[in-house]
Design a binder for this molecule. Structure first.
Ligand code: TEU
Length: 551
């Protein structure tokens, strides 16, 4: 290995325990199910597993609403199951990252139940409480990211409003309270002592709010709309710089980082999604050595069709903002849909070559990458029937936005293990979300036995990537070869790797003479022969080694 720390260029496989593998027939995946599939995960060639929340919760929001931070939800198994998973993962060289939800708790958490009693109890200040505004309504104009309605909810017992940036049943913790921050450190210490390798910090850019409770600025008619937000969505009307995305949060991460520094090899990964300028904001969370190691951003979550121009903009910005590392890429997850349904607002399907190319492209970008379970199989977004009723949706966000939006269920459906078994081998019971017809065909079993399957392509790329010094720790530079082409030079003292992608459905030719003699890369089945003027078929890839100048 050439890199200093495992996470710098890690591929982190995101596992949703609900949908991975059910071992007991209740229709919901569990920790024993994941244990059964560790060989599969190990065979992919990823560095770590990120488990979405596994803690005790009423499960209003997939477990992002916690009532006990120190216990595993019985829905997924026991603490012993978790310890077993951790040990067996480590045996296979897989690291385990837990999803920590510290922006809010469940309203059923005993902290909130106490906090709401009155204004003087010991936990009175643990959540964000405020008196009604001048008109007797909510204290200000802040909106919930989940409903587009007020983020404030009136509590009848305490006779005050509390802040909830997501569901009403997910009250925001008050990060300005030192006891709350101490509880967070306790929780972190508890899991660190058990030997976990990292923590994903859910909604980390939501931790602090403006203590003055100033209104969010209203977006003017001529202000550019943020990327990926529907103009009809009420959230498009505000800039969320007071209800979240506050600079105060950045300094509050230092004690957590100091704690984590006592556990060598442990990584902190922040979720920093912000509609206006996600890359810039995410980079702030990894700047210096007192914040997070990595942050994932929404740079690649745009809706328009993929193009070389757009990609150059996004990667170019990330190279600048994350000049000292810390970038983590996502192209979809349990919130943002599937790789196979991205960049496709016009609903014109891309050919198979596009996805083969995207796998290479994503794996040569500098920084870490989160691979969402099922994307290695080419899952498309499961179709939610038009006539579905809101009660049939499992995602509370979908229920709140119904019928305009139907939420995130389409990205969260179960893994497909075999093509012939009922429920694709995921469960012997009734799956908690229906398994998409099209997902049966691309099961793990079917693809393992097909040499040129997408799954085998991802696998060989992931293994190849580990052997390429320039991809492990090399610098990255964008090259301007042709308007339809995205090209990147990854450079390290031992290797100079030229990566060229045709981002169009036309054949293009690129002149490679300026790079001198080129060699096809070893260890991956791309082009045995390189011409100095290369013809690239639609969605074609060129990977070439440039000789390293000798000293
Ligand atoms: O997401 C928080 C978040 O910042 C948004 O990405 C949010 O998912 C989006 O606005 C909805 O389209 C995290 C979790 O990833 C998500 O699953 C939880 O629902 C949310 O926090 C609340 O805990």
């Amino acid at each position: 290995r050439w890199k200093e720390e495992w996470w710098e260029n890690a591929v982190i496989y995101q596992v949703l325990p609900w949908s991975y593998k059910d071992s007991d027939g209740d229709g919901i995946g569990d920790l024993q199910g994941i244990i059964e599939r560790l060989d599969y995960i190990g065979s992919l060639g990823v560095d770590a597993i990120w488990l979405t929340p596994i803690f005790v919760s009423p499960m209003d929001d997939l477990g992002y609403d916690i009532t006990d931070h120190h216990q595993v939800s019985p829905l997924f198994g026991s603490m012993d199951d978790f310890k077993c998973l951790l040990e067996l993962a480590h045996k296979r060289g897989l690291r385990v990252v837990l999803d920590m939800v510290w922006n809010h708790t469940s309203n059923q958490h005993e902290w909130f139940q106490q906090s709401r009693q009155d204004r003087n109890n010991p936990k009175a200040d643990w959540y964000v409480w405020a008196d009604p505004g001048k008109n007797g309504g909510p204290p200000n104009n802040w909106l919930s990211s989940f409903s587009g309605d007020s983020a404030w909810h009136f509590d009848e017992i305490r006779q005050q409003y509390y802040l909830a940036n997501f569901l009403a049943s997910q009250p925001d913790l008050n990060w300005f309270n030192a006891e709350v921050r101490a509880q967070v450190l306790n929780c972190a210490r508890f899991w660190l002592d058990l030997g976990i390798d990292g923590m994903r910090l859910d909604a980390v850019n939501f931790f602090c709010h403006d203590p003055q409770l100033n209104d969010n600025p209203i977006r003017g008619q001529n202000d550019p709309l943020p990327h990926g937000i529907d103009p009809d969505n009420p959230l498009a009307k505000q800039r969320f710089c007071n209800s979240f995305c506050r600079p105060e949060t950045l300094d509050m991460l230092a004690p957590l980082r100091r704690l984590v520094n006592q556990y060598p090899g442990v990584m902190l990964l922040g979720e920093v999604i912000e509609a206006d300028d996600s890359i810039r904001l995410a980079a702030q969370y990894t700047a210096g050595d007192q914040r997070l190691h990595l942050a994932y951003h929404g740079g690649l979550l745009f809706k328009e069709r993929m193009s070389a121009r757009r990609l150059r903009e996004v990667v170019g910005q990330a190279l600048e903002e994350f000049a000292n590392g810390g970038a983590c890429w996502i192209v979809g997850n349990h919130d943002f849909g599937r790789l196979h349904s991205q960049w496709n607002a016009a609903n014109e399907p891309y050919p198979r070559e596009f996805y083969l190319m995207m796998a290479v492209l994503l794996l040569v970008l500098p920084g870490a990458f989160c691979l969402w379970q099922g994307d290695e199989l080419g899952f498309n977004e499961a179709r939610i029937p038009e006539d579905i009723s809101p009660e049939q949706l499992r995602d509370p966000f979908g229920r709140l936005m119904y019928p305009k939006l139907k939420g995130r269920d389409g990205s969260r459906t179960p893994m497909s293990w075999t093509s012939e078994e009922p429920n694709a081998g995921f469960t012997t019971g009734t799956p908690w979300l229906p398994i998409s017809r099209t997902h049966f065909e691309c099961s793990v079993a079917a693809q393992q036995s097909t040499p040129d399957s997408l799954l085998n392509h991802w696998r060989s790329l992931l293994h190849w990537r580990m052997t390429q010094p320039a991809l492990q720790s090399g610098s990255a530079r964008l090259l301007d070869l042709n308007e339809h082409v995205f090209a990147l030079l990854r450079e390290e003292s031992e290797q100079r790797l030229l990566c060229i992608f045709n981002l169009s459905d036309q054949t293009v030719s690129v002149d490679l003479r300026e790079f001198g003699p080129l060699l096809p890369v070893q260890g991956i089945g791309y082009r045995k022969q390189l011409d100095s003027i290369a013809e690239l078929a639609p969605w074609d890839v060129v990977l070439a080694d440039m000789p390293v100048p000798s000293e």
